[in-house]
Design a protein around this ligand. Structure first.
Ligand code: MN
Length: 473
């Protein structure tokens, strides 16, 4: 399990008795948080009292591969020039927890000693100033640490910190390149690695085709039995389904060998494959492996990172594409889907495996999962390259059950309403340059994306119930 360091600031001049109390209070706090969070260990660090101790703990956090972030708290005053040298080398996300060991003021007994010991109102302001002055990107959470809402915000920070740690070692495989002539899916791969850690590389589809040929009978039988129990087999063309099972087995072997956490493909480069990967990609996405079609490496990597962020939370997270609308006045709905690749995490009911011809690509009819999407509150997140920076666009949406059956549509689909209304939300998305590819999540909300954007210093445009036109971008 990954760790957050719990670092408590103080100074030498208080004397042994006070410092022992500081250590004890912060230890209780770290243990409580560790116990309540569950997803990460909150590891108490000895109180730092001077520039050398601060530098040492920051260096230790920076070098510790298990440490994904730090929680800093000033129990007492801690003159902040002491922090400059340490903060300059700290490269882990920081949560500045502005809290106290005591919830209430002991009005009847408070004396000068008590006030001197419990002075985060004083010490955290000094620490906040130096972080602001140095441009340290951090989350600030203010309130009593045992309150449920404060714990929830600390939990969100932990989730984002774990996702950022994952992001920094994420390797993305592009089978083929970006779909010819498409603008929004392209991007600066070098800058993506500098800013987010995404190591994005091209692989020939032939490397995958070789692995497909080498799939054994028993591997194939195991995968087909998995499909049969998870999904309803709504086709007699079992050969076509087996073809996708081989793709999935080959892809997973490739990912393990190359340590890949996200991938792209393109229907324009399928040499050696008989079908466009459909069912295979859908089933892989359900495991939290990132996917972007048509060479869209940004959406693929973002999906993997957001799946990691969603972690053990309830809900569904995956790639989707904006496709078509129902523009009935006042009840405007979007229908999102893709040629094939919609993750079954969004399914309202047991998905059906079907085989249908594909209009483009000139390959054999591919097997795919077909289903209607779930309802519920969600966000749609898109990342675009503006030339001198990346931009995230995050829209609040409401997933809605499909109002009528669509028996002739041979792909999975998801429907939603954008907030605050179609005229405003859709125009705002277009104004901001939001892509037709996005990661949709019912597990995450705007505050998660806001924190990710803040800690990675990425521009963020939010479209929510408060958005109004004209919308500047
Ligand atoms: Mn697309």
């Amino acid at each position: 399990m990954k760790k957050l360091y719990f670092i408590t600031g103080s100074q030498d001049l208080y004397g042994e008795e006070t410092l022992a109390r500081v250590a004890e209070d912060s230890r209780v706090m770290a243990e409580f948080l560790s116990d309540k969070l569950g997803s990460v260990i909150v590891e108490w660090q000895p109180t730092v009292r001077n520039s050398e101790e601060i530098y040492d703990v920051c260096l230790k956090a920076t070098a510790d591969g298990e440490c994904v972030g730090v929680i800093a708290w000033m129990h007492t005053f801690s003159p902040a020039k002491m922090w400059i040298r340490g903060l300059k080398i700290l490269n882990k996300p920081m949560l500045h927890l502005h809290t106290q060991a005591n919830e209430r003021l002991p009005y009847k007994t408070i004396d000068m000693d008590f006030m001197n010991l419990n002075q985060s109102a004083h010490g955290d302001r000094e620490f906040g100033f130096i972080c602001a002055r140095m441009g340290i990107k951090r989350e600030v959470v203010a309130g009593y640490y045992r309150h449920a809402d404060i714990l929830e915000r600390i939990r969100k920070f932990a989730d984002v910190a774990v996702a950022l740690d994952f992001s920094h070692t994420l390797r993305v495989a592009m089978f083929g390149n970006n779909m010819r002539d498409v603008a929004v899916t392209d991007g600066d791969r070098v800058e993506s690695e500098i800013r987010y850690g995404w190591n994005v590389n091209y692989y020939g589809i032939g490397d995958l085709a070789e692995l497909v040929e080498s799939v054994s009978k028993s591997e194939l039988a195991a995968k087909m039995s998995e499909y049969n129990s998870a999904y309803e087999m709504n086709t007699s063309d079992i050969k076509a389904v087996e073809e996708q099972a081989k793709y999935e087995i080959a892809l997973n072997k490739f990912f393990e060998r190359e340590r890949i956490g996200a991938f792209t493909d393109t229907f324009q480069d399928l040499h050696g494959l008989r079908q466009l990967p459909g069912l295979a990609v859908q089933n892989i996405m359900a495991d939290g492996v990132g996917f972007g079609p048509e060479g869209d490496y940004k959406t693929s990597a973002l999906m993997a990172v957001l799946c990691k962020m969603a972690g053990t939370r309830r809900g569904a997270t995956a790639f989707i594409e904006d496709y078509t609308y129902d523009l009935g006045l006042g009840g405007e709905l979007e229908l999102a889907a893709h040629m094939l690749e919609v993750s079954p995490v969004f399914a309202a009911d047991k998905p059906k495996i079907e085989v249908h011809p594909l209009g483009i690509g000139g390959k054999e009819p591919p097997a795919r999962l077909v289903f209607d999407g779930m309802g519920g509150d969600a966000i749609a997140v898109s990342m675009v390259d503006m030339g001198d920076r990346f931009r995230l666009i995050c829209a609040e949406i409401e997933l809605v059950p499909t109002p009528e059956a669509m028996p002739e549509l041979p792909v999975a689909r998801l429907m939603w309403k954008i907030k605050p209304d179609f005229a405003t939300g859709a125009a705002a998305w277009i104004n901001a340059g939001g892509a037709h590819h996005a990661v949709v999540s019912t597990a995450l909300d705007v505050s998660d994306i806001r924190l990710f954007a803040k800690l990675t210093d990425t521009e963020l445009i939010v479209i929510d119930k408060n958005t109004s036109l004209p919308f500047g971008a």
